[in-house]
Design a protein around this ligand. Structure first.
Ligand SMILES: Nc1ncnc2c1ncn2[C@@H]1O[C@H](COP(=O)(O)OP(=O)(O)OP(=O)(O)O)[C@@H](O)[C@H]1O
Ligand SMILES: [Mg+2]
Length: 539
């Protein structure tokens, strides 16, 4: 309205002035003067209305701009707040994950809360689940005296009225106000110790488990604690709770590791002790064994010499009797006296038995001597190239008489073109002879097969028979010195049980192995290996 009046006044004044001026110019301008005086106010009114419309639009525009500015500022402030929260969370996350030391990470967490959320003090108490108490209190921002009080707190969480207990049982942040007027005495004491009337707290929760509580206040600056800080405090608390749980697990694992290490060390020490004992026992056994070997070797030697002369003399006496004494006894006297005839026969037979038994004893003594020497490492071994075929040929020749006497068939099966081995030829023949004579001894009827063939880097010998076999329970015993299968007291072929242990020692000395396969009642197979020695490359 304000602009319309001046426009009207201006229009009327303008048209009056124009009218006057035109009328003064002369009657020719009269018509023009009337038209102009009529149109001018209308034009000015129209112009004024338009100007008003534009001014209003401008004002509206300005209001919108101002509102938008206000909105933007508010959004900006909220964004800044969010950014600060995220920065805090991030910094806290990085800081607390940089240590696994429980106290250190609690301190880092508390410091970060105080700094970023601008609280004066922050306190954390841990929940001892077994005892259901809040304990292990630590604080940042408090005086040393208050820190000591907090460190000594032991607050049961099951007490209904206890504020800290309520906090520990809560599932979100809580604002406690007017605590200094609280009807429950310990709450008032707590408020007095802290010097506060209100504080904000949150349970420290990770994976639905509460590990403690966190409380903050603004005692020093006197600012209000705002419940708006609750959600962020809860989130920070969860971060800290996760780190606390990790640190606890780590400590547990460390403790278990230490315990394990302690046990391993204990076991190792015990083992070392046992090994020492075993070594001592072995040394004693070795000493005893060496003494035994020495003793056997001495005794055998001492026995062999007189035995040789006993056998020699027995043979001589038999020879003299047969060649000198018996021929001069008149046949008539023998015929007339049956006693004389029997005495002469018995003397001859008994001398034969003396020679046989003497020779058997000599063989036994030789075996004992061999074993003693092998065990004492005093046997002198030859180391020559050895032809495998020759070993078999000589062993079968040496035992041919046994086969003739028993009527057993001997089958020889030696692969053509076998390579050589190295070692002591006579000792290796001794092994085959032992096996062949055992086979004959323990085979009432059937056959004995001796074979040799190459299997990769070894020559494998086998002596198989169709004899009585060896029961499973005796299979280890036959390798022991004087070990014999079955019942040694019943009538069984003669022997001392030294052949196999000696044979095995000889084979092992040559770098081979010896073992047995047997089916009781069907027969036995004794096998042994000798390493192939490739001939030196031709120059
Ligand atoms: N081929 C076999 N069949 C059945 N039993 C066997 C055979 N070879 C060995 N044995 C058993 O193994 C025992 C030990 O054999 P080993 O050759 O060591 O002693 P031995 O033949 O009794 O006596 P030695 O060989 O000292 O004269 C034998 O007494 C016998 O019981
Ligand atoms: Mg034997």
């Amino acid at each position: 309205m304000g602009t319309r009046v001046p426009a009207l006044v201006l229009g009327v004044a303008g048209s009056a002035a124009l009218l006057g001026y035109l009328l003064l110019r002369g009657p020719a301008w009269e018509g023009v003067a009337i038209v102009a005086a009529t149109l001018l106010p209308a034009g000015l009114i129209l112009y004024g209305a338009d100007a008003r419309r534009r001014a209003r639009a401008l004002r509206d525009q300005q209001a919108i701009t101002e509102r938008t500015l206000r909105d933007t500022e508010a959004a900006n402030a909220s964004l800044k707040g969010r950014l600060a929260e995220l920065t805090t969370l991030n910094e806290l996350g990085v800081a607390i994950s940089s240590t696994l030391d429980l106290d250190a990470l609690i301190d880092v967490g508390l410091e970060s809360i105080v700094r970023h959320l601008r609280f004066d003090r922050a306190v954390i108490l841990l929940l001892d689940r077994e005892r259901s108490v809040l304990t292990h209190g630590r604080t940042v921002g408090a005086s040393p005296e208050l820190a000591a009080i907090i460190a000594g707190l032991e607050t049961p969480i099951d007490v209904e009225e206890s504020l800290l207990g309520q906090l520990a049982r809560a599932d979100g942040p809580m604002l406690f106000e007017d605590v200094d007027d609280d009807p429950f005495e310990p709450n008032r004491q707590l408020a007095e110790a802290l010097g506060v009337s209100s504080f904000l707290g949150t349970p420290l929760v990770t994976k639905s488990t509460t590990v403690g509580v966190l409380a903050v206040d603004n005692r020093l600056s006197g600012r209000d604690v705002s419940p708006n800080d609750g959600p962020l405090l809860y989130t920070l608390g969860s971060l800290i709770a996760g780190a606390i749980e990790n640190a606890r697990l780590y400590a547990e694992v460390e403790a278990q590791k230490a315990e394990l290490e302690r046990r391993v060390a204990q076991r190792t020490a015990a083992l070392a002790g046992a090994i020492e004992e075993a070594q001592a026992a072995r040394a004693v056994a070795e000493a005893a064994s060496a003494t035994k070997s020495q003793f056997l070797s001495n005794v055998s030697h001492e026995l062999r010499t007189p035995l040789t002369s006993v056998i020699g003399f027995a043979k001589l006496v038999r020879k003299r009797l047969e060649e000198v004494v018996f021929p001069v006894v008149p046949p008539t006297a023998v015929a007339a006296d049956p006693k004389l005839e029997r005495a002469m026969r018995q003397v001859g037979d008994n001398l034969g038995i003396m020679v046989d038994e003497g020779e058997r004893l000599t063989a036994l003594i030789n075996d004992v001597l061999d074993l003693a020497k092998i065990e004492a490492g005093r046997l002198e071994w030859r180391d020559d190239p050895v032809d495998v075929g020759e070993l078999v040929t000589r062993a079968t020749a040496a035992t041919a008489a046994l086969f003739e006497q028993t009527g057993l068939a001997l089958v020889v099966d030696v692969e053509d073109g076998l390579p050589e081995t190295r070692g002591d030829r006579d000792r290796l023949i001794q092994v085959l002879i032992n096996l062949l004579s055992n086979a004959v001894k323990f085979t009432p009827s059937g056959s004995v097969t001796v074979s040799a063939r190459r299997i990769t880097g070894d020559i494998v010998f086998a002596v198989a028979d169709t004899g009585i076999g060896i029961a499973p329970e005796d299979r280890d015993r036959v390798w022991e010195q004087f070990g014999q299968a079955g019942d040694t007291l019943t009538d069984k072929p003669r022997g001392t049980g030294l052949g196999l242990p000696i044979s095995r020692q000889i084979v092992e000395h040559h770098g081979g192995r010896m073992w047995l396969e047997s089916t009781h009642g069907v027969g036995s197979v004794f096998r042994f290996t000798l390493p192939v020695v490739d001939p030196p490359a031709r120059r």
